[in-house]
Design a protein around this ligand. Sequence first.
Ligand SMILES: *[C@@H]1O[C@H](CO)[C@@H](O)[C@H](O)[C@H]1NC(C)=O
Ligand SMILES: *[C@@H]1O[C@H](CO)[C@@H](O)[C@H](O)[C@H]1NC(C)=O
Ligand SMILES: *[C@@H]1O[C@H](CO)[C@@H](O)[C@H](O)[C@H]1NC(C)=O
Ligand SMILES: *[C@@H]1O[C@H](CO)[C@@H](O)[C@H](O)[C@H]1NC(C)=O
Ligand SMILES: *[C@@H]1O[C@H](CO)[C@@H](O)[C@H](O)[C@H]1NC(C)=O
Ligand SMILES: *[C@@H]1O[C@H](CO)[C@@H](O)[C@H](O)[C@H]1NC(C)=O
Length: 403
Amino acid sequence: MRLLSAEYLTLVLLAIENASACDRPYSVWMADSVIARGQAIVPGDSAPSASTYLQVGFFQSAIIRLIDYYHTPASVCARKDWQEYLQTSTNSITPYLLNASKDATYPLDRLSTGKGLLHQYEEFHTSTASDSLHALRDSIDLQPKNSLGGYWYFKYPNWSYLDGMYSLVPFLLSYNTHFDPQNSTVSDDIIRQLDLLWTHCYHNQSGLLVHGYDSSKKASWANPVTGASPIIWDRSLGWYLMTLVDSLELSSPFPRRLSEYLQRRLTQLAKSVISAADPNTGCWWQVMDQPGKQGNYIESSGSAMFTTALFRAARLGYLPGHLASEAKKTAEQCYSHLVDVFVVKNENGTLGYNGTVSVCSLDSSATYDYYVSQPLLYDSVHGTAAFVQASLEQEILDRTRYS
Ligand SMILES: *[C@@H]1O[C@H](CO)[C@@H](O)[C@H](O)[C@H]1NC(C)=O
Ligand SMILES: *[C@@H]1O[C@H](CO)[C@@H](O)[C@H](O)[C@H]1NC(C)=O
Ligand SMILES: *[C@@H]1O[C@H](CO)[C@@H](O)[C@H](O)[C@H]1NC(C)=O
Ligand SMILES: *[C@@H]1O[C@H](CO)[C@@H](O)[C@H](O)[C@H]1NC(C)=O
Ligand SMILES: *[C@@H]1O[C@H](CO)[C@@H](O)[C@H](O)[C@H]1NC(C)=O
Ligand SMILES: *[C@@H]1O[C@H](CO)[C@@H](O)[C@H](O)[C@H]1NC(C)=O
């Protein structure tokens, strides 16, 4: 064989090209790892716990974003079948969603499963998917509200949390667009829900939002004037910032006042979130406005959520120019810190993710000490699903930059 013939060179170049095309990006590698661990699925032998809904819904949303961008697992050498995962996880949760009155007894987080259900419905037109979607929609009308009209997050009377918005708002928008497109009154309810939280949880010194409020001001932690809880928790605000961005993406069929509201709040909040970033890492503290205080630490799920939201808001043109470049800069700095410090390469070829706080509830003392003493988890889906999305945004940015 004549070395360096044109054909030979072509073959070598093709091989190199294939090899590099087959480097799994981090988003895909982490998603494969979550699926390999059997996470974000309801275990066959037990009913979902209150927190399972959000794990399934949040990770499904991440997978759907991978499909939207990379189209097929083969295109990025994923080792897991995304459609099969979506099918399995949806089948595992639908039996628990079909009764609207029962649904209303779960946290608002249950609504995060709507995105996966809608995806299944569009692919296969199954009646279980649409029945579950309708039951979830009906359950919102059964959700108790406080005296101001704000939905309770869960069973605690009159308490509203930032967290619930991530599941509620995009669900309402998608549901309406698909099943009730003539009726746009939902936008006013959405603005009311987001704004009640904004006005009651707003923290003057930092421009950030605290975790939640009790409209009846009876909770031990409630501010006597606003009912607000005292602490700014990174993950609850992470859910809220992602809500503003993801809802803007869904807002075009609705009256302009909705997108104007979302965009105004997003600009305000993004500015404060960027200011709160730790200058050394680009990431965010568990208790956001008390950097360096005894017990406080850089938390890996909220940090990945802010990274995702800032990247995405900048990419989609939702931020004014100067703020968009700051958002990208902060997000890139935090993203590389997440990769360096929290991503763990396991010997069996999977990726792990460290440093995610288990859960913080307002059914507690809600003090600083409470927030910094909740256990840290390894491989929590709140962290890994957020990391998948943050990585995907970094990958999209890199492809735009180098193409
Ligand atoms: C791979 O190794 C990690 C770390 O030891 C472990 O947590 C995980 O369960 C293993 N298996 C899979 C499928 O991820
Ligand atoms: C639906 O759930 C409610 C509340 O848990 C229960 O009372 C009712 O019997 C359930 N309905 C059906 C048809 O199972
Ligand atoms: C919830 O708010 C309502 C209306 O303001 C009030 O009547 C009720 O006592 C509150 N419930 C609790 C447990 O604080
Ligand atoms: C529109 O949707 C709202 C719920 O968002 C509902 O209360 C109202 O009855 C609906 N209006 C019509 C005309 O269907
Ligand atoms: C925050 O600032 C606003 C406007 O400056 C003021 O009306 C409000 O009372 C302040 N709230 C607190 C809790 O200081
Ligand atoms: C996770 O982080 C903790 C605290 O920094 C550390 O002790 C532990 O070794 C880390 N786990 C892994 C698997 O890297």
